[in-house]
Design a protein. Structure first.
Length: 260
């Protein structure tokens, strides 16, 4: 009996160890609703709710129907960053025309003890990832000398293409603030489907403001990163998306101008 009990215990230990290993090494999956090229063409209404987004991840970014500001998600909390620079908790029933979500499982972490610009941080992330062909989820918790942001203004139908809609978008600067940056680094080959390069949103620690990041200078903070190995795209079924022109010749230029 004693021998049987020992064997059973050993088997259970192996099973538990394997389960922990599998959980730790589970692939990060990027869930995306719609395409960036659709947003560029003026497809500003989708059917996916915030509640549904959280079924696909606890971390991400995007926008809201009618291009109403910016979306930032982390720790399963979703905030609505509005065109006046303020931040509000998003309602579960609110909908998005474009968003990217993942369950954030950082595998690389670094303390950033020296002042760094956004370009410095991007160079460090590129070095740590080691390949231009991989997706990466990025989170920075820190104290910032300044963060310069912009926020897309809410639109009314009939909708204009995005570059026209954001021609007068408001800009904000947060000086000497602590906050969280959330976003993704995406490969060049997904330009149009997503946003190639860095797409980052910011919210202050007191949750009273934020926006789409244009530029920043970090005083100190902590960087967390997770490599994404799978991508799932949920295409809209709306008439606006079906009729959208998703492959214009100037798409790359348009996205770069739109993302600042």
């Amino acid at each position: 009996m004693a021998q049987h009990s020992s064997t059973c215990s050993c088997t259970e230990d192996v099973a538990r160890s394997f389960a922990r290993h599998a959980e730790h090494n589970e692939d990060m999956v990027l869930y995306q609703t719609s395409l960036m090229s659709g947003l560029i063409d003026g497809v500003y209404e989708g059917d996916v709710t915030i509640k549904e987004l959280l079924e696909h991840g606890d971390f991400g970014l995007g926008t809201f129907n009618q291009l109403d500001g910016e979306l930032i998600a982390f720790d399963s909390n979703v905030h609505h960053l509005k065109e006046d620079g303020s931040a509000h908790v998003a309602r579960p029933e609110q909908k998005t025309p474009f968003a990217c979500m993942t369950f954030f499982k950082p595998t690389i972490e670094r303390d950033l003890d020296e002042p760094m610009t956004n370009k410095d941080v991007e160079a460090l992330v590129n070095e740590l990832v080691g390949s231009d062909n991989l997706f990466c989820a990025v989170r920075i918790d820190g104290d910032f000398e300044y963060v310069r942001t912009r926020t897309v203004p809410r639109q009314e139908p009939p909708y204009k293409p995005m570059l026209q809609a954001i021609a007068q978008q408001p800009m904000f600067e947060f000086d000497d603030r602590s906050g969280i940056m959330v976003g993704f680094r995406s490969p060049e080959y997904v330009q149009g489907m997503n946003v190639a390069g860095y797409h980052i949103h910011f919210i202050t620690d007191d949750r009273d403001g934020g926006g789409h990041v244009v530029e920043y200078r970090l005083k100190r903070g902590r960087l967390q990163m997770g490599i994404i190995s799978k991508m799932f795209v949920d295409l809209p079924r709306t008439q606006a998306f079906k009729k959208a022109h998703l492959t214009p010749e100037d798409l790359d230029k348009a996205i770069k101008e739109a993302e600042g």
